[in-house]
Design a protein around this ligand. Structure first.
Ligand SMILES: [Zn+2]
Ligand SMILES: [Zn+2]
Length: 344
């Protein structure tokens, strides 16, 4: 990974907007691109998709079609482009659009680890002055968690009120999911993680912490902590092991939402056990525009948000160091989120 000068993004479509990036977060999914495991990408490639910034320039049709966007408007960027006209887009599930492109992950859309980035105007949400750029760039991961909470609620019959849950993984997605589920009325939520620092934040946020490690029977411990199996669960890690833990610690025919993508290829399913336990595993991908908007509102109201002490902000020059610390270093005590400021 290198910091280098490159061509500035240009307005190529009438509704394009150029955004000056103020903050861009490092996501777990950027780790795969850092390790260069994605065969579709060609170097040099610019990653980064969790960003906030200021509108720098607008295409000729933006003023008429998106009057809320002007040069100087503060924005949070939704990094999943979509066609807007297919049945999935029209039903609100644009993250499943066959034509979707994810900023910084798709070869034709350079990401926000840059001073300037191009986006279609429909993907930019204005943010009020009270929402800092630091918080606003976490709208994207928070939206993933909001959608997980939404799907758990949906598959729990439309309400999480008084229900108990399990979240595997206390990273940013799991942490935001905990806050979201509590906001939806969940009474008890166990969050598992190996990192004691993450679990301290979980407890402060009202969750029940369960440290995992060798010899810990997660399903038995969760059952003890909740007084029975969970009404719903969410795997925010993405190992076969955590997928199974969520499925097996949840009541028969109750949802086990899988959003973690650590193992992105085949992940063996213990089918006999899934059948006998009545496991309902639900793939939950990214977020709808409505979930993105709700995440932004909750960040603004303070209902959700990473603790300031868990967020590190630095310049691009320190980026390589932080990628190594986040993705190659096994030692615990990592910050929940590293946010880059291109001006530093
Ligand atoms: Zn992300
Ligand atoms: Zn579409």
């Amino acid at each position: 990974m290198q910091v280098q000068d490159g061509a500035e993004p240009e307005i190529t479509h009438p509704t394009d907007v150029i955004v000056r990036v103020k903050r861009v977060g490092i996501c777990g999914s950027d780790g795969g691109r850092w390790e260069w495991t994605n065969a579709l990408l060609k170097q040099p490639h610019i990653g980064g998709h969790e960003y906030s910034g200021i509108v720098e320039a607008i295409g000729p049709e933006v003023s008429a079609k998106f009057p809320h966007l002007k040069v100087g408007t503060r924005v949070a960027g939704m990094p999943i482009d979509h066609c807007s006209v297919c049945a999935l887009c029209r039903s609100g599930l644009s993250q499943h659009c066959a034509k979707r492109r994810v900023m910084g992950a798709h070869p034709t859309w350079p990401g926000a680890f840059a001073e300037l980035v191009a986006s279609d105007a429909k993907l930019l949400i204005p943010i009020p002055d009270e929402l800092s750029f630091d918080r606003a760039c976490t709208t994207e991961p928070a939206a993933c968690s909001t959608w997980v909470g939404d799907r758990c609620e949906f598959f729990c019959g439309g309400s999480l009120k008084g229900k108990s849950g399990l979240i595997a993984g206390g990273g940013p997605i799991g942490f935001f999911a905990l806050q979201d589920m509590i906001a939806r009325g969940a009474s008890k939520v166990v969050v598992t993680d190996a990192d004691p620092n993450r679990l301290k934040s979980v407890e402060k946020a009202g969750g029940i912490a369960l440290q995992v490690g060798p010899g810990v029977d997660v399903v038995a411990e969760v059952t003890k902590l909740l007084g029975g199996l969970a009404d719903f669960s969410a795997d925010c890690v993405g190992f076969t092991e955590t997928r199974d833990q969520c499925g097996f610690a949840t009541k028969p025919y109750h949802p086990s939402a899988w959003c973690g993508l650590h193992v992105d290829g085949p992940s063996p399913v213990a089918a006999g056990q899934y059948i006998r336990r009545g496991v309902v595993s639900v793939g939950v991908f990214a977020y709808t525009p409505a979930a993105y908007k709700l995440a932004g509102e909750r960040l603004l109201s303070g209902t959700i948000g990473l603790p300031d002490s868990d967020v590190v902000c630095c310049g691009f020059d320190d980026g390589q160091k932080w990628f190594t610390r986040l993705f190659a270093d096994k030692a615990p005590g990592k910050p929940a989120k590293v946010v880059l400021d291109p001006s530093l």
